[in-house]
Design a protein around this ligand. Structure first.
Ligand code: ADP
Ligand code: MG
Length: 369
């Protein structure tokens, strides 16, 4: 096992396309890092460069302290699992697990030991003599993972490996993968577009957009302290409310103005805005629907941060009921205690939890403070 270091890595494709730009990231030995971002953001490009399937245009990649830029894929001792993984259908599970080992010239005894160890680890020992085409569901997936792990790679690279699995299998596999990582301690770089999958799996996330590293951190850090508007919105489900508001200075404090409403929000935000010279300017604020409340006790508690709005439409999903409210030209979504209490057309007072308001510079879209 080994850590991984990417130093100012860039990929410029021959057609002029930019895969990644000046990307630097350190991944500790045994960490489970999820590289997460939208389609086309450069995730696969990075994995292929780490694995040696793609030349590195600029910068350096180190695995276990060794610069690997000029090493062949098989010399890097990494294993990759792709979206379109396949088993060798004519072979048994045993032969599938042994395949990669054979290629590396591993002796027969050692190969046997590695295959049986790997099968035990994944709890597929009873399937070793089964033709792989007869293996289904979660077991099939375990064989794919086992084949990658049989060589005892230093790093396991996974490129959106669960995209083809249905919901139930995906849940089982996520859990299985987390357990396996826990037991093996292998360094994993896992790629997904799915923010919630990233949060569930990763001990650390690296958020990428347009080939640029936007933020790294634990899932909690990403949620609590998004460094820019993109990260805040990407990791918010249901989507955040994003509004442009004007900052006014009153008695040395920042007051945020949206239509006829005024809010003072937190002392901390107020100080940051005044010190940063935002008085008289517009900023962007983002608030999660669950941090806007209609309950009377919240209206009492956060009396400085009330919004008067007109209820519009209600919708419900597995996580609860949400209502859309109109304030000025903007609309806001808030989580409401239950469906049917508030009706379209009702005038409602909403209270905002002041500690859950994110503030961003309007021009740079970066977090203020
Ligand atoms: P992701 O895996 O995050 O969806 P990719 O790494 O596949 O993103 O792609 C990142 C960017 O590089 C995209 O703009 C894509 O069009 C471009 N790209 C990827 N592969 C090639 C290639 N072989 N030639 C030219 N451009 C490419
Ligand atoms: Mg990809």
């Amino acid at each position: 096992m080994a850590g991984l270091l990417l130093k100012n890595v860039a990929k410029l494709y021959p057609n002029g396309g930019v895969g990644v730009k000046d990307f630097s990231l350190e991944i500790g030995d045994g960490e489970f890092t999820v590289l997460v971002g939208p389609a086309g953001s450069g995730k696969s490009t990075l994995l292929r460069m780490i694995g040696g399937l793609e030349d590195i245009s600029l910068g350096d990649i180190y695995i276990g302290g060794v610069r690997v830029n000029d090493l062949e894929p098989r010399e890097r001792n990494v294993a990759m699992i792709f979206r379109n993984y396949m088993l060798y259908p004519q072979m048994t599970v045993y032969e599938n697990l042994a395949f990669g080992l054979k290629l590396t010239g591993c002796g027969k005894n050692e190969m046997h030991q590695r295959v049986t160890e790997t099968a035990e680890l994944l709890e597929i020992g009873h399937l070793l003599e089964t033709p792989s085409e007869q293996v289904t569901g979660i077991d099939r997936y375990k064989v794919v993972v086992g084949r990658a792990l049989a060589r005892r790679p230093q790093v396991l690279l996974m490129d959106d490996p669960m995209i083809r699995l249905d919901g139930q299998l995906r849940r089982e596999m996520r859990q299985g993968l987390a357990d396996l990582h826990h037991r093996l301690g292998v360094t994993v770089v896992y790629v997904t577009e799915d923010a919630s999958e990233a949060m569930l799996l990763g001990t650390r996330l690296a958020v990428i957009r347009d080939g640029v590293l936007e933020q790294t951190g634990t899932p909690e850090e990403i949620i609590r302290k998004p460094q820019n508007r993109f990260v805040a919105e990407y990791f918010s489900c249901p989507p955040m409310n994003v509004l442009a508001v004007e900052v006014e200075e009153k008695d040395g404090k920042a007051v945020l103005k949206a239509a006829e409403n005024r809010g003072v929000f937190s002392e901390e935000n107020s100080r940051i805005l005044i010190d940063g010279g935002y008085a008289g300017k517009e900023i962007i604020i983002a608030i999660r629907p669950e941090d806007i409340h209609v309950e009377a006790e919240c209206v009492k508690k956060w009396g400085d941060n009330l919004i008067h709005a007109c209820a519009e439409a209600c919708e419900a999903d597995a996580q609860g009921a949400y209502m859309t409210f109109q304030i000025g030209d903007e609309s806001l979504r808030a989580k409401v205690p239950e469906e049917g209490k508030i009706h379209p057309g009702d005038q409602v007072t909403l209270a905002v939890d002041p500690s859950k308001v994110y503030i961003f510079d309007k021009d740079t879209q970066k977090a203020i403070g």
